[in-house]
Design a protein around this ligand. Sequence first.
Ligand SMILES: Cc1cc2nc3c(=O)[nH]c(=O)nc-3n(C[C@H](O)[C@H](O)[C@H](O)COP(=O)(O)O)c2cc1C
Length: 223
Amino acid sequence: MAGDDVHYYEPRNGHGLRHDPFSAIVGPRPIGWISSRSAEGRANLAPYSFFNAFNYRPPIIGFASVGWKDTVANIRDTGEFVWNLATRPMAARMNLTSAAVTQDEFALAGLAQAPARLVGAPRVRASPVNFECRLTQLFPLRDKEGAELESWMILGEVVAVHIDRAMLVNGVYDTARAHPILRAGGLGRYAGITEDAMFDMNRPAGDEDAAAMVRALDAAPDA
Ligand SMILES: Cc1cc2nc3c(=O)[nH]c(=O)nc-3n(C[C@H](O)[C@H](O)[C@H](O)COP(=O)(O)O)c2cc1C
């Protein structure tokens, strides 16, 4: 930290700010826009921004539900769900699907369903990417004393992927093309990804590569 003017806090004693900065700091976060189906066959759709990808082969994604919610119950009961990419044109409808309502959120938000191929949960038809997933793990989070929290982690293997070909450029998926939206903070802040937000940086491959990168940094420290 460059200076001494630091706001320090220990979360168990409160943050001392007008709003908890935690989710604004760990942000923007991709949105797990999760569709599922109840054991009785009722469709459900809800956004979860405590969400990310955790493995390549097989691909595994996961999200955390703060409290036992319909999505969690549905996935426990059926073992299946679909992740849908949330984009700028669909932002308001995505937001609507977070309403705590008894009605099916697809209908509430005016979103058409599309059938999945390998799982029973429906896809969001207008979303340019859908992952069909099978539940691999569902467990409560624990605090540092080991006590189980009323928050649940759900991990699922991606068993099928649907990509709108308009998102592919010469066979490469172009992240910015879909204008994905990400959650950025507690006050309803979001970030939208467009081409101007992107930049490229290759990983250091080994000793020689890393040394070359260090030399380049020494020559231009702010690069
Ligand atoms: C952008 C966004 C992100 C959210 N992220 C989470 C989250 O990570 N965990 C959570 O428990 N609730 C989250 N919520 C709230 C849920 O979407 C909300 O509780 C919803 O009603 C749950 O639906 P369900 O009961 O049908 O599963 C989020 C809401 C929005 C708008």
